[in-house]
Design a protein around this ligand. Structure first.
Ligand code: CP3
Length: 355
């Protein structure tokens, strides 16, 4: 094993893929494209596969996880697969009483509100994540040269579910703890960082060739508070996986004012929602990072010609970036038309061919 930090990562079948090349800001044959939530309710074959199986049960069934992860790869020919799971999967693995309610999201029976509640939180043991590792191994064998993106929930977003007990709009309990008991808040985020790090390392060590840290709801936090209370925990996650040498993507919604801080937490690729054009996002992020995004998911409901125009605008905004991974600015809406997603993939591939 080489100790040279600049040594190339081990050559895997996916190493030279357009997706990984774009993450490394190398020249690409075409702009790579995948979609957050590409596997899920928008696909009839997904709804059929999941029939009668609760979401969090399905995440611990390796064959089913592999099948659902493959569905959008087969249907669309996207440039990367994203592991089918959820940000709360490692919390389920350590025995927390939680479920994902359809149409609602993760619901936690006993929210974390006091120091004693931290005792219930610890990093998962390897055997508790064995089905996750098994699913990743099945997938990397089947995917060949198509990279698999592993993912985890960032400390703030996961902690917000733990503190609120479920989805929230205003994050009142979360912010009451952040401002009122910063010691407990940072201790909680630090512990969640260890949980997510273990979840990510499990996926990487089983064969995932990139990871994405989802801080979906961190856009609700002011930059000064982000840097003080949140960034150290997210940085701990990125540092925990740094020696694996896989590209690290960092994404949140409504993060226009946080783009530089998200990158500086330790990401190689910064995800951008649809509110900030990519040329402006590049200026805010600063040099040395690739960008991912940023088509407004709602354009999927527009007529095909208007969708094409919106895709072209994203490509125009990204034309001078050294590294661009095409994606939506957030997840695929459950009622999106798969035909429109197929149209986006074909449009990006056909209109970005480089000699
Ligand atoms: O992107 C993919 O295709 C991979 C799968 C994936 C899921 N969840 C599957 C899922 C990923 C990457 C996630 C991450 C996730 N989970 C995030 C971050 C991404 C984002 O959208 O910002 C968050 C905030 C969660 C928490 C969560 N889980 C929510 C808000 C929901 C939706 C609740 C609903 O029914 O509207 C879930 C459930 C969930 N996770 C579904 C899927 C396919 C729907 C479950 C179902 O089919 O009933």
């Amino acid at each position: 094993q080489s100790t040279d930090p600049d040594a190339a990562a081990p050559a895997t079948p996916a190493a030279d893929s357009a997706f990984l090349r774009a993450c490394r800001r190398e020249p690409v044959p075409h702009t790579p494209v995948w979609f957050m939530r590409q596997a899920g309710r928008s696909l009839p074959e997904y709804r059929k596969a999941r029939e009668g199986i609760p979401m969090l049960d399905s995440c611990f069934m390796p064959e089913l996880v592999a099948e659902i992860t493959m569905q959008p790869v087969r249907r669309y020919g996207v440039d990367a697969a994203v592991f089918f799971s959820d940000i709360v999967t490692p919390l389920k693995a350590i025995g927390l009483d939680l479920e994902i309610k359809p149409g609602v999201g993760p619901v936690i029976a006993e929210p974390v509100r006091a120091a004693a509640d931290l005792d219930r939180l610890r990093a998962p043991e390897p055997d508790e994540l064995a089905p996750i590792a098994a699913a990743v191994r099945l997938l990397t064998a089947e995917l060949g040269a198509t990279p698999l993106i592993g993912f985890g929930g960032a400390p703030f977003t996961l902690a917000s579910y733990l503190i609120e007990g479920g989805p929230s709009k205003g994050f009142e309990h979360t912010k009451a703890m952040m401002y009122g008991d910063p010691q407990l808040f940072t201790a909680l985020l630090d512990r969640v960082a260890d949980i997510t790090s273990t979840f990510l390392l499990t996926q990487i060590d089983a064969g995932a060739s990139a990871i994405q840290l989802f801080d979906s709801w961190v856009g609700s936090v002011a930059p000064v508070d982000y840097r003080q209370y949140v960034q150290p925990a997210s940085a701990k996650v990125f540092a925990a996986v740094a020696d694996r040498g896989v590209p690290r993507i960092h994404f949140g919604v409504g993060t226009g004012e946080l783009l530089r801080d998200l990158g500086e937490a330790g990401a190689d690729v910064v995800g951008v929602d649809w509110r900030v054009p990519l040329h402006e996002a590049e200026r805010r992020v600063g040099p040395g990072k690739a960008l991912q995004g940023n088509l407004d998911p709602a354009t999927l409901f527009a007529p095909p010609a208007a969708l094409d125009a919106a895709v072209q605008r994203v490509l125009d905004d990204a034309a001078r970036l050294p590294g661009h991974v095409f994606n939506l600015g957030h997840g695929v809406p459950p009622n999106a038309d798969p035909g429109q997603l197929a149209r986006v993939v074909d449009y990006v591939h056909e209109n970005t061919v480089r000699s």
